[in-house]
Design a protein around this ligand. Structure first.
Ligand SMILES: *Cc1c(COP(=O)(O)O)cnc(C)c1O
Length: 432
């Protein structure tokens, strides 16, 4: 399998190059040259497979460069946590993707990517610096994935005062080979700084600079696996119809993983792209015009993205045809007021606590159902543990929440960050 850039300037490169580079030299994002089809046999057997077996079967076709034994080891080590599915009501399910070590779905991509990158650089004996912009959850997932891995240093850029208190504790308390840069700017600024740093590529020391954002294929590809696993879980629960997945979205890496799964042949009816007020993709689906904007701060901060990176991959997958994209994806934006009302209602109705991102998803699912009354299961991807957004969730439910052990531990640690202005020179002075 070979890979190319969405901007067309780079073609037929190897997986290793795509993973180590992160962003293509022409500024585009890497995509596989073709999307492999899963065999009928594999799809039929899905309900009897363990998570790591689904991952192995889906990722292998992209990774002929990685030995079978190595890939098996990577998926077994990366995916060690549960992926439970809860039914809220008839035709409405939630699949919980937050049982990894940092309590958001980002653990799936980050843990796989860290081990894959390690397998590539082991041979080369090079030092690699990883730069990652985070709107809250990516940074800690990537840091946790790379903590204490030799020859790798992670630099995380996060927007000052725009992540939750607990998210910030998670970001800033690793130490070791992890450095948190607290940027005087928004997430979009962080993302731009990371991209500029990557474009400059070789940092001064000669260490290689790579990206761990969902622009990296190493994070994107494993995000297709839980879609297949969730369809299998529905089958195990006796549901035969194809589900439509509702995906709380910011940079659209999660949703793009689903598009890949569908193209590979996983039985998926379609998607709902659920956003907060940062609704450039729902607007595109309606009007055909894509207008990136400065992001607005909302309660679902990990989705505060005004210029979603993976949109270029979505366009490429649909040959830039809005009508084709709109057949598979419905876009629904949810306000902060609706998000809070959704957290409250879900708790009252089902006794179930959800974080603001998942609440956006469930609110969008309800809107979708109202406007598309035909039957069929809707599966909302729950992207974060509610305790990560304790203050918001407690205010909406009037219920006190206990922190899971992992969070209680980081809450007590001492924050350590380097404050930098919104300037590439200041960032590069830290990224040695
Ligand atoms: C990152 C994140 C999202 C958005 O995912 P994208 O792949 O950027 O669309 C949604 N919810 C949570 C909790 C996140 O951390």
């Amino acid at each position: 399998m070979k890979f190319h850039s969405t901007r067309g300037g780079v073609s037929s490169i190897r997986l290793e190059q795509a993973i180590v580079e992160g962003l293509a030299p022409d500024g585009g994002l890497y995509l596989p040259n073709r999307i492999p089809k899963l065999s009928k046999q594999f799809l039929t057997a899905l309900p009897s497979k363990k998570y790591w077996q689904v991952a192995e079967g889906m990722l292998q076709p992209f990774m002929a460069e990685v030995s079978k034994q190595r890939l098996r080891r990577i998926v077994k080590e990366a995916f060690t946590f549960d992926v439970p599915m809860k039914q809220l009501e008839d035709d409405l399910y939630v699949v919980e993707l937050f049982h990894g070590p940092t309590l958001s779905f980002k653990d799936f991509g980050a843990r796989f990517f860290a081990r894959l990158l390690q397998s590539f650089i082991e041979k080369e004996k090079t030092q690699v610096n990883i730069i990652v912009a985070t709107s809250g959850d990516t940074g800690s997932a990537v840091a946790s994935g790379f903590l204490d891995i030799p020859n790798i240093h992670v630099y995380m850029l996060y927007p000052q005062k725009r992540v939750s208190k607990l998210q910030e504790q998670q970001l800033t308390t690793y130490g070791h080979n992890i450095t948190a840069l607290e940027v005087l700017g928004k997430f979009d600024d962080c993302q731009k700084l990371a991209k500029t740093a990557l474009a400059m590529r070789q940092s001064k020391s000669g260490a290689y600079l790579s990206s761990a954002n969902s622009i990296n294929l190493g994070r994107l590809l494993p995000q297709s696996v839980y879609y297949a696993y969730a369809t299998a879980e529905l089958k195990r629960q006796g549901v035969e119809e194809q589900p439509r997945f509702v995906v709380p979205s910011g940079n659209f890496g999660n949703l793009t993983g689903g598009l890949l799964a569908k193209r590979m042949g996983v039985p998926i009816a379609g998607f709902v792209a659920a956003t907060n007020a940062n609704n450039v993709v729902p607007s595109y689906l309606k009007t055909g015009r894509f207008k990136p904007r400065v992001s607005k701060a909302t309660l679902s901060n990990a989705m505060d993205v005004g210029n979603p990176s993976n949109f270029s991959r979505m366009l490429a997958l649909y040959q830039h045809k809005r009508s084709a994209m709109a057949k598979d994806i419905a876009g629904i934006a949810v306000s902060d007021a609706e998000t809070i009302a959704s957290i409250t209602a879900i708790y009252k109705r089902y006794g179930y606590l959800v974080d603001p991102h998942t609440a956006v998803g469930i609110a969008a699912a309800k809107t979708y159902r109202r406007t598309h009354p035909e039957k069929g299961p809707l599966v909302v991807l729950s992207t974060a543990h509610p305790a990560k957004f304790k203050a918001t969730v407690e205010a909406a439910t009037h219920k006190r929440m206990k922190l899971p052990r992992a969070l209680a531990l980081v809450a007590k640690k001492k924050k350590k960050s380097v404050v930098v202005g919104n300037s590439i020179a200041e960032v590069m002075a830290v990224v040695r």
